[in-house]
Design a protein around this ligand. Structure first.
Ligand code: ZN
Length: 123
């Protein structure tokens, strides 16, 4: 078991095993293994989890901000149409990489995997 914090490794987008090697080779495309310690990154997959958490974070942060902006400034509707989509997009793209690598690191640390049902008779 490694002593690397999954949160620290996740936010730095580093290998959850050694905390050194880069996790990504593209924006969200992961390396097959760690360049520093050789850990196999193909055994864990965070799936749709990061996208859900990032969308939820965007809702919690941006929706109240937009409502306060409307209450305080009361701009014409087209200002909202132009202003919020790019802010939402940048916010989500900024958070998606660290969220994905953090969830991956947590799966790695806790050895999470798909549920399997064992045959009680052992067949
Ligand atoms: Zn590593």
């Amino acid at each position: 078991m490694s002593g690397v914090s999954p949160i620290a490794a996740g936010w730095k987008c580093r290998c959850p095993e050694c905390g050194e090697g880069q996790l990504y080779r593209g924006y969200l495309e992961m390396n097959d293994q760690c360049a520093a310690c050789g850990a196999d990154f193909t055994i864990a997959d965070s799936g749709d989890g990061p996208a859900f958490f990032v969308m939820f974070a965007a809702l919690i942060v941006i929706a109240p901000t937009a409502m306060f902006f409307e209450l305080i400034v009361s701009p014409p509707a087209w200002v909202h149409v132009i202003l919020w989509p790019p802010i939402i997009m940048v916010f989500c793209m900024w958070l998606l990489r660290p969220f994905k690598s953090t969830l991956f690191a947590l799966q790695w640390k806790h050895k999470a995997e798909e549920a399997r049902f064992e045959d009680p008779k052992g067949n």
